[in-house]
Design a protein around this ligand. Structure first.
Ligand SMILES: *[C@@H]1O[C@H](CO)[C@@H](O)[C@H](O)[C@H]1NC(C)=O
Length: 182
């Protein structure tokens, strides 16, 4: 009876340590970034009994950044082809990415690990989408110089390449065009 009771107490202690060992308190990634722009990915953590050992950032399953404060080179960047990581602007859990392209989309994971003997690990996910605005506004073509009363007006509105694709709508004298005119 006494032994079973002690085993139960030990299990409860391990569970509690697992819960408070190391914990990610904030992962922030801009949900939308303009192509060509910059993004800051930030990861913050809290540890009670554990000592933080490393912070890693992943794009999908690919690790591209690691911070190990006790290493002789605390920052390692694994030259991802999809991200331009600014080595000068990145430290601890914060990573700066420049020249964002469509390939720089998430999902991203931050993973914080503790030193031994516990080696607790916490991980959190955040997503980032890249938007590419069209170069210039939409163009309306097909207008004639003159119309007679009762003529049909046929116009085409074109927007340049963008990501996601533009959604176009017509208004006539500031009123939305009726669907059967489109
Ligand atoms: C962003 O692109 C410019 C121009 O190609 C380049 O000089 C710069 O090093 C790039 N930034 C990073 C962080 O790779």
């Amino acid at each position: 009876m006494g032994r079973r009771c002690r085993a139960w107490v030990l299990a409860a202690t391990l569970l509690i340590q697992g819960a408070v060992g190391i914990r990610i308190t904030r992962v922030s990634v801009p949900p939308l970034v303009k192509a060509g722009g910059e993004a800051e990915l930030a990861c913050e953590w809290e540890s009670e009994s554990d000592q933080m050992y490393s912070v890693k950032w992943y794009q999908g399953s690919h690790e591209f950044y690691r911070y190990t404060p006790t290493a002789s080179r605390p920052i390692q960047i694994f030259d991802p082809t999809t991200l331009d990581v600014e080595s000068g602007g990145s430290w601890a859990g914060t990573v700066r990415v420049a020249n964002v392209t469509a390939a720089a989309e998430g999902p991203f994971h931050c993973e914080v690990s503790a030193e031994g003997p516990t080696f607790h690990t916490a991980s959190e996910m955040a997503n980032m989408k890249v938007v590419d605005l069209p170069e210039g506004g939409p163009e309306v073509t097909g207008a004639r110089q003159q119309y007679q009363v009762g003529d049909m007006v046929e116009l085409t509105c074109t927007s340049r390449r963008s990501r996601p694709a533009a959604s176009l709508s017509f208004t006539i004298n500031s009123m939305p065009a009726a669907p059967d005119w489109l």
